[in-house]
Design a protein around this ligand. Structure first.
Ligand code: HEC
Ligand code: HEC
Length: 465
């Protein structure tokens, strides 16, 4: 049997038995097409500078690889991107060496692994990364090898083994669940579900038994939203499911390696500063001249056709925080439906330390997508929650969306987004395949009625946001 056919068979089986639970309590009420989400109180006492330092050198992953073992291979070149000093002086920006609770130095990834990227050669913290992570590779085997190396090098009761234990155990299992069908999409929430699969709800310790079963056969992944939108948002994540206290939601990556809720509490205290830092980030300015004569026309069209969902910009800045029902926006529903029907994450989270201890946060999956702020939209290609569309021109003209495409090397300033190459088929790691479940490029046809000239004017206006 041909491999691709076999894959299709598995997929068909998977979706046939994939019945959706109905969610009476999560239904949209009166105005069911778009639901404004109200703000919740947040801790505002953080120090942004301290938050940045913690983000790039802090101990929030909890455990990691013994630094001595990897130092000579990894810490080889002066860190001229983050300009870190001390133990991180020669580290790549996506990795951090830090002190484990037992005093040894360990290394792990940091938030910028996924939330840092380059624009025209310049590093931008908070830009969803592409290219430093390729989640289409299965890295579980690398971890198995790493586990063996650590065991060979360090004695069973050594501090190094202790400081590696949780990190090694959890990653060896989790990485097998997050292999994406192609590069350029990020499986962060699947990773999260794998990290908490064996964690005790109330004290976060690692237990033998799984809380639920995850499906290895197919990985749903998403784009990475830019951090400069964060300060406008009342609910986090594409489907608005991140509610309540944001410090707890921001520290999710620490479920990779923390020992227990006591460690998590200390991290949460530092995340008061991280929250303050992320709130200071501004969108990068459009770097080349714009056609001034088109902007006022674009603005008028935008305010007429787009503002009700995406807000207004400039002097009267207002962002309505609207969740738009799947039936209205009609972009690929699978991401939202996955969370609202298979509630591993919500069930665990809401009953866990994160949901039960102060300050409380919770996960409330909704059958819709947030209409995101559009500040700096020129820099955030590809578009939609699933990264399915390479340019804003194609967001605003559904007929121009490529079915199979590969990212080019440059930004396309005219079409606003990435240069891309249209392909004739998918089925390989380099090509985005919009025919796969969860990766569709349909819906959001709000720009289809524009004339070419009107569309051009709206794009010109978007450059100024
Ligand atoms: C494995 C990659 C990865 C890592 C590591 C990671 N994130 Fe994320 N992050 C994502 C993805 C993907 C999303 C989007 C998920 C969604 O909205 O459904 C996201 C969403 C967010 C958001 C929500 C933004 C919004 O507009 O809704 C914030 C804030 C954030 N991450 C902060 C952090 C911080 C702080 C860290 C480090 C402690 C971190 N992330 C680590 C991939 C990652
Ligand atoms: C009814 C509400 C609604 C209207 C009207 C609307 N949008 Fe959207 N828009 C959304 C939602 C929801 C998303 C996110 C869809 C997704 O991620 O699947 C979105 C996504 C986008 C994106 C992609 C953003 C990103 O970073 O991925 C752009 C660009 C955009 N809209 C521009 C516009 C423009 C320009 C107009 C006016 C012609 C418009 N939208 C009208 C709801 C709306």
């Amino acid at each position: 049997m041909k491999k691709s056919f076999f894959f299709l068979l598995i997929l068909t089986g998977f979706f046939a038995c994939d019945t959706y639970r109905s969610l009476p309590d999560l239904a949209f009420n009166n105005d069911w097409e778009t639901l404004p989400i109200a703000a919740t109180p947040q801790i505002e006492s953080g120090d942004p500078a301290a938050g940045w330092q913690y983000l790039i050198s802090g101990d929030y992953i909890g455990s990691g690889v013994p630094f001595d073992m990897v130092k000579n291979k990894i810490a080889t070149k002066k860190d001229t991107i983050l300009n870190r000093e001390g133990v991180n002086e020669n580290m790549p920006f996506g990795l951090t060496a830090f002190q484990h609770a037992n005093g040894t130095t360990v290394m792990s990834g940091n938030c910028l692994t996924c939330h840092g990227g380059f624009l025209n050669g310049e590093f931008i913290a908070g830009l969803g990364g592409f290219g430093i992570n390729d989640f289409s590779k299965n890295n579980a085997t690398t971890f198995k090898a790493l586990n063996t190396l650590v065991k060979l090098k360090y004695k069973k009761d050594s501090k190094e083994r202790e400081a590696y234990d949780i990190f090694g155990k959890i990653n060896k299992e989790a990485l097998a669940y997050i292999v994406t069908p192609f590069e350029g999409v990020n499986p962060a929430f699947r990773l999260e579900e794998a990290y908490i699969m064996k964690r005790n709800k109330s004290d976060l310790t690692l237990q033998e038994n799984s809380n639920y079963k995850l499906d290895k056969r197919y990985t749903l992944a998403s784009d990475v939203p830019p951090w400069w939108h964060f300060k406008k948002k009342n609910a986090l994540y594409y489907n608005g499911m991140g509610r309540g206290d944001f410090t707890k939601l921001l520290m999710q990556a620490s479920t990779q390696g923390v020992k227990d809720s006591t460690e998590a509490r200390a991290i949460q205290q530092n995340f008061i500063d991280v929250l303050a830092y992320i709130n200071t980030i501004e969108a990068p300015k459009y770097p080349i001249p714009v056609n001034e004569s088109l902007i006022w026309k674009g603005e008028k069209l935008f305010n007429k056709k787009c503002s009700k969902c995406h807000g207004t910009y400039g002097e009267i800045e207002a962002y309505p925080n609207k969740l738009v029902a799947l039936e209205e926006v009609k972009t690929d529903p699978y991401y939202a439906r996955n969370f609202s029907t298979k509630m591993h994450l919500a069930d665990w989270y809401n009953e866990s330390w994160y949901g039960q201890s102060e300050p409380k946060s919770y996960v409330k999956p909704m059958d819709g997508y947030i209409a995101p702020p559009l500040d700096g939209v020129w820099a955030t290609a590809p578009y939609f929650h699933n990264a399915a569309v390479p340019t804003v021109e194609a967001v605003l003209n559904s007929k121009k969306r490529p079915t199979y495409w590969r990212r080019g090397k440059q930004l396309d300033y005219e079409k606003m987004g990435w240069e891309y190459q249209q392909m004739t088929k998918g089925g390989n790691k380099k090509t985005y395949d919009t025919t796969l479940p969860g990766y569709g490029n349909e819906g959001h046809t709000y720009g289809d009625d524009f004339t070419e000239e009107e569309r051009g004017a709206v794009i010109e206006y978007l450059k100024t946001l």
